[in-house]
Design a protein around this ligand. Structure first.
Ligand SMILES: *Cc1c(COP(=O)(O)O)cnc(C)c1O
Length: 307
């Protein structure tokens, strides 16, 4: 049995009505770890465990760290999650509640990552768990498309969010193994976290000077090089929206489907609500990527803080 769960595919009447398309939702928010990350991280950790890994080391105070902690707990393997100083007590407690060790190191993710890499190289048998740049992650994320291919006919487009591009690369892996290689992908980011749009327009991976967006789960300064490569072989449309759009979409989705998601997920929903989609895309599959970094209170605060 895998660590991730099969998720429901729902036809959304509200999103279909708003966009004038037929919209299906892949409910990845329902993974035990609250986001799609468990598909890739779970697959990576299970594979590593089979190969004799004795510890997982993950640099992330967000959904990837939580998925690693979840995997370690399920597999009975000690897990260290390295988080930057900016990580909230609440986020740290959520991770330690799974039995993982939290190490606070660095003021930004890059510094936590350097520390995690050093720790992993010192520790015999340790497996470093990247949040988005590892072929094993992509293979695991691809299972959501294996499932979708059983649940629905081939859509015209898949709408998803891009942080470091792991979800994108994984969805492409899944598309390729299900005869969906000709499906368009709408890759959504927020202004202030648009490392993929920047890479696409430059034709190479570029490093953003900083992240400034409420969609913190999209906050990687640079995408995985593979995310740029898949654009040469697949029809990928990049969309950058505002934090305001992302937060509005979270609120609207909460009312429409009674489901609370992070703005990182909201930005994908926003493109559908606002009809920013390829003209010829009649049927859409939206990856509801989820995320645990949200609450009723946080959404209210964001709603007030975002211009
Ligand atoms: C990680 C994450 C993303 C972005 O995924 P990448 O693989 O980094 O592109 C989007 N939404 C949520 C909720 C996430 O946890």
């Amino acid at each position: 049995m895998t660590l991730h769960r099969g998720t429901p595919l729902l036809e959304s009447i509200p999103l279909s009505g708003a966009s004038g398309r037929r919209v299906f939702l892949k409910m990845e928010n329902m993974q035990p770890s609250g986001s799609f990350k468990l598909r890739g991280v779970g697959h990576l950790c299970e594979t590593a465990a089979r190969e004799g890994a004795t510890r997982f080391i993950a640099p992330s105070g967000g959904n990837a760290g939580y998925a690693a902690a979840w995997s370690g707990r399920a597999l009975g393997i000690p897990t260290t999650v390295v988080v930057p100083k900016t990580t909230s007590e609440e986020a740290k407690n959520t991770i330690t509640a799974l039995g993982a060790e939290v190490v606070v190191e660095g003021s930004v993710w890059e510094e936590s990552n350097d520390f995690a890499l050093a720790l992993a190289s010192k520790h015999r048998g340790a497996r470093y768990v990247h949040a988005f740049d590892d072929p094993l992650l992509w293979e695991g994320h691809g299972t959501m498309i294996d499932e979708a291919a059983e649940q629905m006919d081939k859509p015209d487009a898949i709408v998803l969010s891009v942080g470091g591009g792991g979800l994108l690369c994984g969805v492409v892996v899944g598309m390729d193994r299900n005869g969906w290689e000709d499906v368009s992908v709408v890759a959504c980011e927020t202004e202030g976290a648009a490392s993929y749009a920047a890479a696409l327009s430059a034709g190479r991976v570029v490093r953003l000077p900083k992240i400034s967006s409420v969609a913190t789960s999209l906050g990687s300064l640079a995408v995985a090089p593979r995310a740029l490569e898949v654009e040469r072989t697949h029809r990928i449309v990049s969309h950058v929206g505002t934090d305001r759009s992302a937060v509005n979409a979270c609120k609207r989705f909460l009312d429409d489907h009674r489901v609370l998601v992070e703005p990182a997920c909201g930005i994908s929903l926003a493109q559908v609500y606002e009809g920013k989609l390829p003209e010829d895309a009649r049927t859409l599959l939206v990856v509801v990527c989820g995320g645990i970094g949200i609450s009723a209170k946080k959404l209210e605060d964001m709603d007030r803080a975002v211009f």
